[in-house]
Write a protein of this length. Sequence first.
Length: 50
Amino acid sequence: MSILTIILNLFIPPLSVFLQHGLGGKFLISLLLTFIGWLPGVIYAFYVTK
C-alpha cells in the first residue's frame, strides 16, 4: 500500500477505491458508506485496498 493510497483512504475513500477497482460494486458500497458516515467509508476503503 502506497502513501498516496493511505492519504486517499483517509480523506477521499471512494476515490481511493475507484482508482484501485474501477467503477463497480465496491465503489458504490464505498460511496454509500462514506455518505452514511466518514468512518465506515474509511474502514471499508482500507479493507478493500489492502
